[in-house]
Design a protein around this ligand. Structure first.
Ligand SMILES: Nc1nc2[nH]cc(C(=O)O)c2c(=O)[nH]1
Ligand code: SF4
Ligand SMILES: [Mg+2]
Length: 245
């Protein structure tokens, strides 16, 4: 089986409910969307060689794509699952390569680790193939024009499937200047129809140099959404503030 990897590195989780925990990031290549604010466009296509950074070593190992399953397993085993809160499988959109997600996740769990999937929640059939090996789902809800409103129906079903199959599920939304209260309420209603206790994280878009876009209405949006959802958090991207990967 061919696995296209963009990079593997250990860092502080900078997004979502587990911000601040040490995660091993497995960034797979490929994405089915093209969001305007995407900060990982480089992961759309596989590089000839992926960089693999071992904690404590300043020199990344450059590994040719595609990876074999055996090579990936060898790297994961060397990364010390016991020292990480989770393996974060990200992208791009990791579910573009469901078999790669499944192999990595099962292997990490067999070694005693937890697995977090960062996903845009649009590839439901692929998710069904791997959900048994995922502990935590972090689902991004994209706004039009990145996705049309019909995609939200798929995302709602995705969320319901994840809530049933996985021990923890949360939703993230990147807050750009275009975001309105009407749009956020539509999304809050969509999430609440699955389960109003699913945490929703409003993530102000943060530039690589750590500049945070503080939407002037963000505080009010959180107040309003509390009418529909029990847990709405505002969290900027911690890794960018810290200046780490
Ligand atoms: N530190 C750190 N945390 C992250 N959480 C989600 C990330 C992503 O790119 O999906 C990411 C990332 O790229 N770096
Ligand atoms: S889904 Fe994620 S990786 Fe894909 S284009 Fe959107 S932000 Fe970028
Ligand atoms: Mg990122």
């Amino acid at each position: 089986m061919a696995i296209n990897v963009h990079e593997i590195f250990s860092s502080v989780q900078g997004e979502g409910l587990f911000s601040g925990c040490r995660h091993l990031f497995l960034r797979l290549s490929g994405c089915n969307l093209r969001c305007m604010y995407c900060d990982t466009r480089v992961s759309f296509y596989p590089p000839a060689k992926a960089s693999v950074s071992y904690p404590g070593s300043s020199d990344p190992e450059m590994v040719a794509n595609p990876f074999t399953k055996e090579k990936l397993f060898q790297i994961l085993a060397a990364m010390k699952p016991e020292r990480h809160h989770s393996l974060s499988i990200t992208g791009g959109e990791p579910l573009m390569q469901p078999m790669a997600v499944m192999e990595a996740a099962e292997h990490w769990q067999d070694n005693g680790g937890r697995v977090l999937l960062e996903t845009n929640g649009t590839l439901l059939d692929a998710f069904r193939k791997v959900s048994h090996a995922i502990d935590i789902v972090s689902m991004d809800i994209k706004l039009p024009p990145a996705v049309s409103a019909t995609v939200w129906r798929t995302q709602q079903e995705f969320l319901a499937t994840a809530a049933e199959a996985c021990s923890s599920v949360y939703v993230k939304m990147v807050i750009t200047p275009e975001v309105t209260l009407g749009l956020l309420k539509d999304i809050a209603n969509m999430v609440a129809a699955v389960d109003c206790s699913i945490p929703v994280i409003l993530q102000p878009v943060t530039s690589e140099n750590g500049d945070i876009y503080w939407h002037e209405m963000l505080d009010y949006y959180q107040w309003e959404l509390a009418d529909m959802l029990t847990e709405v958090r505002i969290l900027p991207q911690l890794h960018k503030l810290m200046g780490v990967r």
